[in-house]
Design a protein around this ligand. Structure first.
Ligand code: ZN
Length: 326
């Protein structure tokens, strides 16, 4: 199995799709064979970056990857103590609900991973009923659906109605759950639902919203819930870290060494001037109080501005610097 694509790309598992794309572009540029001729290690890295990105490049592929990981951490090691949920606190019902939903109805005969209650994991969009008996016959409730809710910074700040489509199991219209030819005897079939969710103004990145009854429907029992994990795209040059935005600020080499001023655009669109201390290094940070998302702090991280082409004058001056021992 390939490496964790999020780790290879240097992003958090809850990073927005935009952030992933930007991280990929940056790394691909950095390790591109054209820029590293004859460097086998760079080529390996470049291939790993490509492979990682392929796993998560579209929302669809990413959903599949995330679902696969969840399944593996559930059933792979058989050690429930190690389950990691990407959802942070606050969800009413708690983790017990989620586990119950993954293992199907209470008292289900099917061992984990055998297909019992496996509907949610079917990668092909098919209804996959429990091993010998259609899941529709047993008592229970619909499975929970976990899905990301992608928002732009502006959408998250302002809040409001957000519409999206989700594929979920609905009770069969023809047999009302009893099982018929139209639903292959399952009592449910996969259909696309349009969902509108009211996003609270200032919604937090990585927070979870629970939509009661909007998960998979069950032939007889109550429907499961839909758990939406909020992902806010912090936009170009920014990423989330522990609920705070970290913004990369590129500064020229001379400013790094000598200090100076740099202007930047904060996440709320404000233009601010920041003092760069002398002898700053790549990776040094500063905290701008109240300039972050929703009035929180904004951490800025200085990074060396890449120089693509030197002028003849710059080249001559650099030679002088080299001769001086720098
Ligand atoms: Zn039916």
């Amino acid at each position: 199995m390939a490496d964790d694509p999020y780790r290879v790309l240097g992003v958090a598992p809850d990073a927005s799709d935009g952030e992933i794309k930007r991280a990929y572009r940056k790394l691909a540029r950095q390790y591109h064979p054209d820029r590293n001729p004859g460097d086998a290690a760079a080529e390996e890295r470049f291939k790993a970056i490509q492979a990682a990105y392929e796993q998560v490049e579209s929302p669809q592929k990413r959903r599949e990857y995330d679902e696969q990981q969840r399944m593996q951490s559930m059933f792979g090691g058989g050690d429930l103590g190690n389950i990691e949920f990407n959802f942070e606190g606050g969800a009413p019902g708690g983790i017990e609900d989620i586990i119950a939903s993954f293992f199907g109805a209470r008292g289900s005969r099917a061992p984990p991973g055998s297909g019992g209650g496996g509907v949610i994991f079917d990668q092909h969009g098919r209804v996959k009923a429990g091993s010998s008996q259609p899941s529709g016959r047993s008592a229970g409730s619909g499975k929970v659906i976990e899905a990301p809710l992608d928002l732009t910074l502006d959408e998250a700040l302002a809040g409001g109605d957000k519409q999206f489509s989700i594929s979920r199991l609905r009770r069969c219209k023809d047999c009302h759950g009893g099982g018929c030819g139209a639903c292959d005897g399952n009592g449910v079939s996969r259909r696309t639902s349009k969902v509108t969710v009211n996003v609270p103004a200032g919604a937090e990145h990585s927070s979870v919203m629970r939509l009661k009854g909007m998960g998979h429907e069950h032939p007889q029992g109550p429907p499961g819930d839909l758990l939406l994990s909020v992902r806010i795209d912090a936009d170009e040059g920014r990423r989330w870290e522990d609920g705070r935005i970290v913004q990369t600020v590129e500064i020229p080499y001379s400013t790094m060494l000598l200090g100076g001023e740099v202007s930047l655009r904060t996440p709320t669109g404000k233009l601010v001037e920041v003092k760069v201390p002398a002898e700053t290094q790549s990776g040094d940070r500063q905290r701008l109080k109240g300039e972050g998302y929703g009035g929180g702090h904004l951490d800025i991280e200085f990074e060396l501005l890449a120089t693509e082409h030197l002028t003849a004058e710059q080249r001559a001056l650099l030679k002088q610097l080299r001769d001086s021992g720098l």
